[in-house]
Write a protein that binds this ligand. Structure first.
Ligand SMILES: Nc1ncnc2c1ncn2[C@@H]1O[C@H](COP(=O)(O)OP(=O)(O)OP(=O)(O)O)[C@@H](O)[C@H]1O
Ligand SMILES: [Mg+2]
Length: 297
């Protein structure tokens, strides 16, 4: 029984593994400055986080929000930090709904946009969330008419400008900056931009390869398998790069499944044969490499 529990615990640990890379350390530092600036006599230091898909933006925000909620576990305040998502084709109503839902305000259908913004502001002033993340800002640019974009955009600007909460806008590379360029006055509230990265394999820039190798080293360390897998060894790292095209999401999906298989098979290390099987199971999506990088042939 004890062994069964420890197996469940091991799998949970593998599935929850989070690597604090130097870039994430830097982001956490800027986020801390942002968090500390809320509800002061001066305007909050808002910030942005941009990066390509699968680079870890939402994961970072989720972990920070969870950390703050854990700090307040005693008071059971679920509103001390929130992660909101910009709705697809955002309108004033859909945006307000997202805020109402995140801040746990009962939503009673459509009223005037100005009144909804006021209600949101009142609730923020009352509950004082220490951070409000707003993810997927690029949805503002998803094929709706410019009149609707402008009014939804204005609505969000109004909420941000009127509130003393530190806000972190997140989205795909360039899109958050594009959003803020629509209103330079709003942009001036933002103190910093953090760029998340996926991995690169550029022989002319050995530091790009080292960065992936260091990440793989920490992943292997965090999996706690009984025998070495040597994930960071150059030819293995290169295969993992080819299989994931450097996208953190794809890389971690392969490695987590491989680690679980390594435990369940009793092999207790990730080798090419396990990775090859895992690639056949979950590695052949449209964004992935056409050939199995782990096969011997
Ligand atoms: N630092 C990390 N350590 C371990 N795994 C990570 C880390 N960062 C991201 N991941 C893994 O990558 C996955 C994708 O990350 P996430 O969803 O945050 O990407 P994203 O940048 O928000 O992508 P998108 O733009 O598509 O929404 C996570 O579910 C997690 O498995
Ligand atoms: Mg995301």
């Amino acid at each position: 029984m004890a062994e069964e529990i420890s197996l469940v615990e091991r799998i949970k640990m593998i599935e929850n593994l989070y690597i604090i890379t130097p870039e994430i350390k830097q982001a956490l530092e800027t986020i801390r400055i942002c968090r500390d600036s809320g509800y002061k006599p001066y305007e909050p230091y808002c910030m942005t986080i941009e990066g390509p898909f699968g680079s870890g933006k939402t994961e970072l925000a989720t972990r920070v929000v969870q950390g703050i909620l854990n700090d307040y576990a005693e008071t059971q305040s679920a509103i001390k930090a929130v992660l909101l998502t910009t709705p697809v084709n955002p309108t004033e109503k859909k945006l307000s709904q997202e805020f109402f839902f995140g801040l746990k305000i009962p939503f009673r259908g459509r009223t005037d946009a100005h009144i909804m913004a006021e209600t949101i502001k009142r609730n923020i002033d009352y509950f004082r969330p220490e951070l409000i993340f707003i993810d997927e800002i690029q949805h503002f640019f998803d094929g709706q008419t410019s009149r609707l974009i402008i009014s939804a955009c204005d609505h969000l600007k109004q909420i941000i400008k009127q509130s003393s909460a530190p806000i972190i806008l997140m989205g795909l590379d360039g899109k958050v900056a594009e959003f803020l360029e629509l209103n330079p006055q709003l942009g001036s509230l933002f103190i910093n931009t953090h760029h998340m990265k996926n991995f690169n394999w550029d022989e002319k820039k050995p530091e790009s390869i080292r960065y992936l190798q260091e990440f793989l080293f920490h992943v292997e360390d965090g999996f706690h398998l009984k025998y070495p897998s040597n994930l960071a060894e150059t030819s293995m790292a290169q295969k993992l790069f080819l299989a994931s095209k450097g996208v953190k999401r794809v890389l971690m999906r392969l490695l987590i499944r491989a680690a679980k298989q390594a435990i369940q098979s009793g092999e207790e290390k990730i080798n090419l044969s396990i990775l090859s099987q895992v690639w056949l199971q979950i590695g052949r999506g449209p964004g992935s490499s056409k050939r199995n990088p782990f096969s011997f042939g």
